[in-house]
Design a protein around this ligand. Structure first.
Ligand SMILES: CC(C)(COP(=O)(O)OP(=O)(O)OC[C@H]1O[C@@H](n2cnc3c(N)ncnc32)[C@H](O)[C@@H]1OP(=O)(O)O)[C@@H](O)C(=O)NCCC(=O)NCCS
Length: 147
């Protein structure tokens, strides 16, 4: 398994995995904007034998990283890939002197919530109807110490 920074050439793979993982997937243009904005966009992918099997993308906003998207291909879950992607992004955030990682997660997404709690994130409130009426989000945050 190789974890590396995401490039424009990965966008087809990101879109394909996104469509497998979500009922309302992010459109291609959203990934293009995030990955092509090298000043603030930060993304990493996981490769298994040259095949992209997972990704994490987001944006640096002042001294924070806003995590917008994390997904692992269903055939490759449960192998620690999401954990490795989060570790890699944390390391990149520290290199850029970012102080926090923020994200929203659906309140019924047990797998993701376990993942984030296990990685040291804390729930810091909720956003009612964030995804659609009745679909609330938890806001999670991780403060990056100076390790
Ligand atoms: C959430 C997701 C990214 C996890 O990816 P993954 O590579 O399978 O996760 P990992 O193997 O790295 O698991 C790390 C931890 O996450 C948690 N976790 C992962 N899958 C879980 C599940 N099905 N049920 C409960 N906890 C789970 C566990 O705490 C796990 O640690 P453990 O193995 O020590 O128990 C993946 O299920 C996915 O892509 N889901 C669809 C998209 C999504 O919901 N993204 C998150 C949006 S906020």
């Amino acid at each position: 398994m190789l974890i590396r920074e995401a490039h424009n050439q990965d966008i087809d793979h990101l879109v394909a995995i996104e469509e497998l993982c979500y009922d309302n997937p992010w459109p291609r243009e959203a990934f293009e904007e995030e990955i092509e904005r090298e000043d603030v966009g930060i993304g990493v992918v996981a490769e298994d034998e040259s095949l992209v099997v997972g990704f994490l993308t987001g944006m640096a906003v002042v001294d924070e990283f806003h995590l917008h998207n994390l997904a692992v291909h269903p055939d490759f879950r449960g192998r620690g890939i999401a954990r490795c992607l989060l570790e890699a992004i944390e390391s990149l955030c520290r290199q850029r002197n970012l102080r926090r990682i923020l994200l929203e997660v659906r309140e019924d997404n047990e797998a993701a919530r376990h993942l984030y709690l296990g990685m040291g994130f804390k729930a810091e409130g909720t956003r009612k109807d964030y995804y659609s009426p009745g679909k609330n989000a938890y806001m999670y945050i991780k403060h990056l110490g100076s390790e």
